[in-house]
Design a protein around this ligand. Structure first.
Ligand code: XMP
Length: 489
């Protein structure tokens, strides 16, 4: 090799693009017109058609999002994506729990026949997790209501429902189509908890409960569908059975599907996105994960309504170490955002502090997906563990060794058949400090984001993206950015 050749190689090396991530940059402060953080609007698009008041999505991981987390996320204006490491029935059950948690109107209230016994009624209440039943004949003609109050002092399980219920003559009902406001007035006037709705023939047309009205009033920014039910998403894979899973989730009124694989820029992922679009039509569809403009563009061409970006930034990820592949997250977001004009981008993984959320959104993301920051909360699956007097929660990468073993077990694979040895993990298992409720954690994160938007001279996420100017940091700048020269207490 000649001296000239060496110089050529060096030049090529210099031409190699630089990949930056959150810690490598800061947003330059700019003049702000904001007087209160409350004036800042954090609303955004999750997909082309679904909007969120809080640009945060909880990760589809088995130590982060099942129904409890999804309910908390939607109540706060974000959304949760139920993970796919469940049987179809289990995942559908989690989706149903979220959709049933609150609604303006229970369209199909559970009923019981007048000649059923108290024992039947108790069983129906237990299996549906409810405290009252509408009493109706087989045509769903309303006959009365049976509430926990009606049965409190009855010990004979053979007593018939019609001997215990509040009969139609003593029941206040309203006509089908009664609004939430009208229902609230009726419930208040009669000091009732439940208002059955009936059509002109007296057939049951729904049920409005005081509890649902209270829930809706307490969470005015919640992410809800047209019927006042919390919105929820669910992940699907790309291998055998993914279309059946997708169809079952949609049947349960799941609001958005996420085609989620580690390498989303692969033929198998693109084929899956196309198949969902072709077979299931106009569903809201997020796809990922990718880390380049080409990957993002291909997913959109295949039919994605939003693209999830992040290859290897996650706190439990070892993909970059194991495979040598990935793009530092801020650069990945900027590169993908270039080709995604009008199509929402979800920045997935690597968010450690609220400032990272501001940076992701300023770089072109429409929302961020969090695993680590939510896995330590009450709402994540599993109970806290105590180690040396400290509370922790378990968190694991979905490609970690034990997550993979558990998945294979669920799929019925024989673990003695050399399966364990064949696993090449791309993630780790960890303990995270217990953090209290998701609401408290998100309050801090969104408070930081609001402040960050105002520092950038913006009032909303569109302005943040337009106005933000990044400055790159040196190692000195990075050191200066955290607490230093003090003894932390
Ligand atoms: P954070 O940083 O919030 O990231 O913990 C959550 C995201 O990490 C991704 N993820 C993985 N990536 N191996 C990986 O390379 C894994 O085992 C793994 N598990 C989760 C995923 O995108 C998630 O939303």
């Amino acid at each position: 090799m000649t001296f000239a050749d060496t110089r050529l190689e060096q030049r090529e090396e210099l031409d190699m693009p630089v990949g930056l991530t959150y810690d490598d940059v800061l947003i330059v402060p700019r003049r702000s017109t904001v007087t209160s953080r409350g004036d800042i609007d954090t609303s955004t698009q999750l997909t082309r058609r679904l909007s969120l008041r809080m640009p945060v999505v909880s990760a589809n991981m088995d130590t982060v999002t099942e129904s409890e987390m999804a309910i908390a996320m939607a109540q706060l204006g974000g959304i949760g994506i139920i993970h796919r490491f469940l049987t179809v029935e289990e995942q559908v059950r989690e989706v149903r729990r979220v959709k049933r948690y609150e609604s303006h109107l229970i369209e199909h209230p559970v009923t019981i026949a007048p000649d059923a016994t108290l024992s039947d009624a108790l069983e129906a209440m237990r299996s549906h997790g409810i405290s009252s039943l509408l009493v109706a004949d087989t045509q769903r003609l309303l006959k009365g209501i049976l509430t926990s109050r009606d049965i409190r002092f009855e010990s004979d399980l053979a007593t018939k429902v019609n001997a215990l219920m509040t009969p139609l003559e003593r029941l206040v009902t309203a006509v089908a189509g009664t609004s939430m406001e009208q229902a609230r007035d009726i419930l208040r006037e009669h000091r009732m908890e439940k208002l059955p709705l009936v059509d002109h023939k007296g057939l049951i047309a729904g049920l409005i409960t005081a509890k649902d009205i209270t829930k809706a009033t307490r969470a005015p920014h919640a992410t809800t569908d047209g019927k006042g039910r919390l919105r929820v998403g669910a992940a699907i894979g790309v291998k055998e059975g993914f279309l059946e899973r997708a169809a079952a989730l949609l049947e349960a009124d799941c609001d958005v599907l996420v085609v989620d694989v580690a390498h989303g820029h692969s033929d198998i992922a693109l084929r899956a996105v196309k198949a969902v679009r072709k077979e299931l039509g106009d569903v809201e569809l997020i796809a990922g994960n990718v880390a380049t403009a080409e990957g993002a563009a291909d997913l959109v061409s295949a039919g994605a309504d939003a693209v999830k970006v992040g290859v290897g930034p996650g706190s439990t990820c070892t993909t970059r170490l194991v495979t040598g592949s990935g793009v530092p997250q801020l650069t990945a977001i900027m590169d993908c955002a270039k080709v995604l004009e009008g199509i929402p981008l979800i920045a997935d993984g690597g968010i450690k502090v609220s400032g990272d959320i501001t940076k992701a959104l300023a770089a072109g993301a429409s929302s961020v997906m969090l695993g680590n920051l939510l896995a330590g909360t009450d709402e994540s699956p599993g109970v806290p563990l105590v180690r040396n007097g400290q509370k922790y929660k378990f968190y694991r990468g979905m490609a970690s060794q034990y997550a993979t073993i558990n998945r294979k077990q669920k799929e019925g694979e024989d673990l003695l058949a050399g399966i364990v040895e064949s696993i090449v993990p791309e993630g780790v298992e960890a303990l995270l400090p217990y953090r209290g409720s998701a609401k408290e954690v998100l309050h801090q994160l969104v408070g930081g984001l609001r402040s960050g938007i105002s520092y950038a001279g913006a009032r909303n996420l569109a302005e943040l993206r337009r106005n933000a100017r990044f400055v790159r940091l040196t190692p000195g700048g990075m050191r200066e950015s955290g607490p230093h020269d003090v003894k932390l207490v």
